[in-house]
Write a protein that binds this ligand. Structure first.
Ligand code: SF4
Ligand code: SF4
Length: 379
């Protein structure tokens, strides 16, 4: 039966400019609300919140609940692995940071094809299998944003994998890059358990364009916009749907929506197809704010944040001052950050982006949009 999981990728922050400044008091409340609702699956990763994601999980869950009260899923950061000798100490650190003796689920993080060059001489699959045999991992798997052909190749070659974490939501269902539907079919063909990430596509599906919202509200004014996204994934017969939350209210809403997620009927499915069309016509940059690209940028450009501002500005469809442009101006004044025009087109970020966004090209548009006289930028 499908459960809802608590993704710990976008935890609340005390300082929005510092990904490590986690608001632990708020996270404790979020964890308690989630556990009180009868759920127990937490998902973190070595790289979340610039390395403090796993310690945050320890602080807010492990130090406050008995080991049999929760399940923990975390991930091996492929992007930092170049040699076999890194694996043991890194894994030991992850166990220590999380404060556990074993992981319930452990996966290779974002196997995408891009990351493979770095670790092609390191046998990661044998490593995680060995850790499973040693009792340090209960179930091994991988997360991927690769397409269905890529997934099939891996699952064919690695029958030892037990589960996959896939990006699935109604917008990506038939998307030709993400291929949610086809990936799910491949996973099922190989008998793998499936976990779902990005059911709201990084928040896009909670805040759809007006025309799309109208279609949904005209059909059923009592349903929230996110309920459509939740109902779509909650009825796919997978083991876990991960929802990331940054506030207690979001956790409570996620639980509520999940509990009321009755299946969509044919008419509602048709509405979702139209909604997808409208969103696709309106989204400027398909960024899910996963932040994988951010660490790779030597110019300290907070790519995820700038794309978010850019998308929100574009949705307004005006060439005038917007609060998003003003937020860009405020961002530009922070110490130690790069703005869009600081991009040197080194392309280091390109391989990190699961959504395959041409980041340097988009940054040129971001600079053109925001770095103007309207916001006080001069030539
Ligand atoms: S291409 Fe631009 S945004 Fe990407 S890593 Fe290089 S400087 Fe940063
Ligand atoms: S640009 Fe790509 S890698 Fe960077 S935050 Fe957006 S989706 Fe993630």
């Amino acid at each position: 039966m499908t459960k809802i999981g608590m993704g710990m990728m976008r935890l609340p922050l005390l300082d929005q400019n510092d990904q490590t400044s986690i608001d632990y008091e708020m996270v404790n409340e979020m964890v308690d609300a989630y556990m009180d609702a009868g759920f127990n699956h937490f998902d973190t990763a070595f790289v979340y919140h610039e390395g403090v994601g796993e310690p945050a999980f320890k602080k807010c869950v492990v130090d406050r609940y008995p080991r049999d009260a929760y399940k923990i899923a975390t991930k091996l950061p492929l992007f930092v692995i170049t040699e076999e000798s890194q694996l043991e100490p890194l894994f030991a650190k992850q166990l220590e940071d999380c404060g556990v003796d074993y992981f319930d689920y452990y996966m290779l993080h974002n196997v995408s094809g891009f990351t493979e060059n770095a670790w092609k001489n390191v046998d990661l699959y044998s490593f995680i299998e060995r850790k499973k045999q040693e009792g340090k991992i209960r179930h091994i798997g991988l997360s991927t944003h690769g397409n269905s052909e890529f997934l099939e190749e891996i699952l064919f070659e690695h029958p030892e994998l037990e589960f996959v974490l896939l990006q699935i939501n109604y917008l990506d269902w038939e998307d030709e890059n993400i291929e949610s539907r086809k990936c799910l079919e491949v996973a099922r063909k190989y008998g793998k358990q499936v976990m779902i990430m990005e059911p709201y596509k990084g928040g896009f599906l909670a805040d759809v364009p007006e025309d799309a919202e109208k279609l949904m509200k005209d059909y059923n004014p009592d349903r929230s916009i996110v309920s459509w996204a939740m109902r779509f994934v909650a009825n796919l017969d997978v083991c876990v749907v991960l929802t990331g939350a940054s506030t207690l209210e979001q956790v409570e809403n996620n639980i509520e929506e999940f509990k009321n997620a009755d299946p969509l009927n044919d008419e509602e499915m048709e509405i979702l197809e139209s909604v997808s069309q409208i969103i696709n016509d309106n989204i400027t940059v398909d960024c899910t704010k996963c932040r994988y690209c951010v660490d790779s940028c030597t110019e300290e450009i907070d790519i995820a944040r700038l794309f978010d501002l850019y998308n929100k500005h574009k949705l307004l469809d005006i060439d005038q001052w917007t609060p998003h442009g003003n937020a860009y101006l405020n961002y530009s004044k922070l110490d130690g950050v790069g703005i869009a025009s600081d991009c040197i087109e080194c392309e280091a970020c390109l391989e990190e982006c699961p959504q395959k966004i041409n980041i340097p090209e988009v940054l040129k548009d971001v600079a053109k949009t925001f770095e103007t006289e309207i916001y006080g930028f001069t030539e």
